[in-house]
Design a protein. Structure first.
Lengths: 75, 202
């Protein structure tokens, strides 16, 4: 599987679990819990000129790595 | 009106010895001024209403170049902008211009969205100007993963400052129903985006 295909699978999985979650994935699409923690930043708001405010803390309890991986494996 | 004085034996057959036999200021001749000395590559320019001098051309020259090559991957699923590429330059004069050139690699995932692209001039940590690039990049109207590859943009900016300027290229997803990409790749090392800022003399 290419990284592009893996990327599509990851984003589809997250969307299936929580459609309104906003985030930025950097470096590479996560394949492990460690990468999920380090490579995903969560968008928790926006400045007055509509620039995203990012957080290292996942605000969505539904979006654990276990759940995301489980959903990815179904796809 | 003052006239030049031609010394003894200054005039010879069909010639005037201007170098050693003429003193004083020559009036503007009928037909205009057209003579000066200089060095190779210089140009004549008026230094007064009736005076000429040789001069180097300084306007429009590239004074410095700052460049960033970025191979970092980002996926953004928000309508809020995220910085994915930037370069910093400090102009030497507030009257100079900045020519910004970028070639980001962008795309969208499988839902029907597009990439919104903007450039921001950031001084002292604040956004002070924006260059709209596009609201519709990578649009295919369908559900294909659409990589347009190298987008491109330019910004001929007049920042009027000598403070450090960071030009930030930011992207967002138009309809936030799916992610947009910066430097998406199939295998490692097969991507890069670049941004260059050039200071142009006034």
């Amino acid at each position: 599987m290419t990284h592009a295909d893996l990327t599509n699978k990851f984003h589809t999985a997250v969307k299936n679990i929580k459609a309104d979650a906003k985030y930025v994935v950097s470096t590479k699409t996560p394949e492990t819990e460690e990468e999920y923690s380090s490579n995903v930043k969560w968008i928790i708001g926006a400045t007055e000129n509509n620039t995203a405010i990012l957080s290292d803390t996942n605000p969505h309890s539904e979006l654990t790595w276990t759940k995301v991986k489980e959903e990815m494996d179904k796809l | 009106m003052a006239f030049a004085t031609i010394g003894t034996r200054g005039i010879q057959a069909q010639s005037v010895d201007l170098t050693s036999k003429v003193t004083g200021t020559l009036p503007v001749p009928n037909g205009g001024l057209g003579v000066a000395s200089g060095t190779t590559g210089q140009f004549l320019k008026f230094t007064g209403t009736e005076t000429l001098a040789s001069s180097a051309v300084s306007a429009g020259k590239v004074l410095q170049v700052q460049h960033t090559k970025d191979t970092g991957y980002h996926a953004v699923n928000s309508v809020s902008f995220v910085t994915v590429l930037e370069v910093t330059i400090t102009p030497s004069s507030s009257s100079n211009s900045i020519l910004l050139i970028g070639s980001p690699h962008i795309g969208k995932n499988t839902n029907n969205t597009t990439v919104i692209e903007r450039c921001f001039r950031v001084v002292g940590g604040s956004d002070v100007a924006t260059q709209v690039i596009s609201d519709i990049s990578a649009k295919d109207g369908g559900t294909g993963q659409n990589m347009i590859g190298g987008s491109s943009f330019q910004w001929y900016d007049s920042p009027s400052t000598t403070s450090a300027i960071t030009y930030q290229y930011r992207i967002a997803s138009y309809s936030d129903n799916d992610v947009v990409f910066f430097n998406l790749y199939n295998a490692g090392g097969a991507f890069s985006s670049q941004i260059t800022a050039m200071e142009i003399s006034a």
